[in-house]
Design a protein around this ligand. Sequence first.
Ligand SMILES: C[S@@+](CC[C@H](N)C(=O)[O-])C[C@H]1O[C@@H](n2cnc3c(N)ncnc32)[C@H](O)[C@@H]1O
Length: 297
Amino acid sequence: MDLESVRQERSKWMTWKNIAPLREAIDTLPNLKITFTQGDTVTLRSDEEINIPELEKIARMMMPWRKGPFDLFGLFIDTEWKSDQKYNFLRPHFNLSGKKVADIGCNNGYYMFRFLEDAPAKVVGFDPSALFKSQFDLINHFVQSDIVYELLGVEHLPFYEEKFDVIFCLGVLYHRSDPVAMLKALYNGLEKDGELYLDTFIIAGDEPYALCPSESYSKITNIYFVPTLKALENWCIRAGFKTFEVLGTVVTTSDEQRKTDWIESQSLEDFLDPDDTSKTVEGYPAPVRGYVRLKKG
Ligand SMILES: C[S@@+](CC[C@H](N)C(=O)[O-])C[C@H]1O[C@@H](n2cnc3c(N)ncnc32)[C@H](O)[C@@H]1O
């Protein structure tokens, strides 16, 4: 694979965020009869022939691949995150059979492809990133699922044409400068007895306080608030939720998030203090996620 020529191809859409070349590339791919397995690696197989170098070229034009992993006919997309760890953490807590489900901040749809194992009535993803939608479109070109991918943000949820029985909103809250407004939008997106699964970075402590990074947290510039679980609970109550249940807390490790050759940027090991990995490079507590389940009614 000539990575330099792929980089040049990528620059075509990256300059103007014009995804037309990605769309056109997907349209050149054949329609195959496939088998689809929703294991830790979302895996596609076919007895029909596929040009793997061409498929890899198209997939690499869509880098960075953050969420996965995926195995497309033997092409292993070793994503930055082993998202199976988050999915498997949450898996014992939900049953989506016959439900209308939304994944808000769905990225390339990794979790949505896995949700299909429960045969939900409907799956809708919201994410305003055209690049991540292109990754979804590449995989769904072969899967041909009924998943609906909307290029919308969480802020659009109250105005959406339908309400959901179950909403997942994972890894988005810390990116929002008004977390209570975001939680209200999620509340308004639910049916009256609906439930929300949410995870966010948290800090330790029993008091209702939040860390407000000055410029960045873990080198991520668009992180605004990192609450204690108590502060998170208070936000959720103020947004209208009736119950707040902590499902667990998980320290992010380099087993879950690491640099692979499907991203070009840095990853967790560069975000932590090399002399003390309990701290970020900024000196804040290292990333820990809190997982919660909230009920509307
Ligand atoms: C840290 S990633 C989390 C991805 C995935 N939900 C997970 O937990 O693995 C944040 C995602 O939120 C998306 N995002 C950015 N702005 C958003 C918004 N206003 N509403 C919803 N999602 C947004 C990003 O494109 C990205 O895919």
